[in-house]
Design a protein around this ligand. Sequence first.
Ligand code: TXA
Ligand code: MG
Length: 330
Amino acid sequence: METLRLPLSPTDPDAETLARAAAVLRGGGLVAFPTETVYGLGANALDTAAVARIFDAKGRPANNPLIVHVGAEADLPRVVAAWPDSARRLACQFWPGPLTLVLPRGAEVPDIVTAGGPTVAVRMPAHPVAGALIRAAAVPLAAPSANRSGELSPTSADHVARGLSGRIDMILDAGPTQIGIESTVLDLSMNPPRLLRPGHVSRSEIEAIIGPIGVLDSTADTAGALPSPGLLGRHYAPRTPTECFTGSRERVRELLQKGEHVGWVTFVPDLQGAISVQMPRDPIEYAARMYAELHRLDQMGLARIVVEMPPDTDEWLAIRDRLKRATQSS
Ligand code: TXA
Ligand code: MG
């Protein structure tokens, strides 16, 4: 299949381009589009055959449920069976924006979206193109990140094309995304609510609105029931072998001495010989650049990528989570 790539303005998207993309979606096709976090791969969330094409294109395991994206709160009754006060207050504060809420699933949502489970993940994205596209399609959009399953998330149309060109109908190219890491996922179907995936909206920001929440420990042993298979194990990984260290300098020096061609992602790149990337010390700025830098290094034919692990503090939680999973062996 030929993948059509259409440019459009990130702030004032052209109605004709949106109408073309909406027609593809209404016809059961796949359109990659920008959100404020990463690019998503969208399909009509109410159309089982269309959603099946997402799993095919990504090579995604069928047991990993998808996030449903809505354009307005008026769409919610089609997607969720309950809208508790905690959801209302969080949406009021953080929507549109990078917070995904897991709630009891609405009757119209097909099994394939939720992996057969009783809950559905829903969010209202803040990117003007995402909002306008959902409204033009007039259906909620199931959209995982627009990458092959397990690989790095895409923060530009080039990243999407690298993984999915020839496998999807269309890419809407509105330039790089702003936030750069995937949304925070919060499970409101349990009491107390539980943070399933850390993201730009932090635990303390959520707790300021709804009180104490629990946190899924993705490094804990997984012998019990998996609350969300996609949130455990290896993910977000470059194709190049990638390692993460506190004190990565020694490791890079050792590899250089062995004559290895190494990429080094760090705060103070003070060794000669490595392909070094100097990262910002601010976690917001770091997140915005992280996937793009890893994509870039991944295309250089390096033997290895070494990443300096950022500090173990709350503000780095989401970034450390992604880096740990990029370097897990299974
Ligand atoms: O920022 C984002 O969230 C991006 C953009 C495109 O919106 N989307 C994204 O989707 O990251 P994806 O599929 O790559 O990650 C969604 C995560 C998965 O790990 C999945 O397991 C989890 O959300 N999830 C989806 N539905 C769930 C449910 N009903 N219960 C628990 N976890 C769920
Ligand atoms: Mg993903």
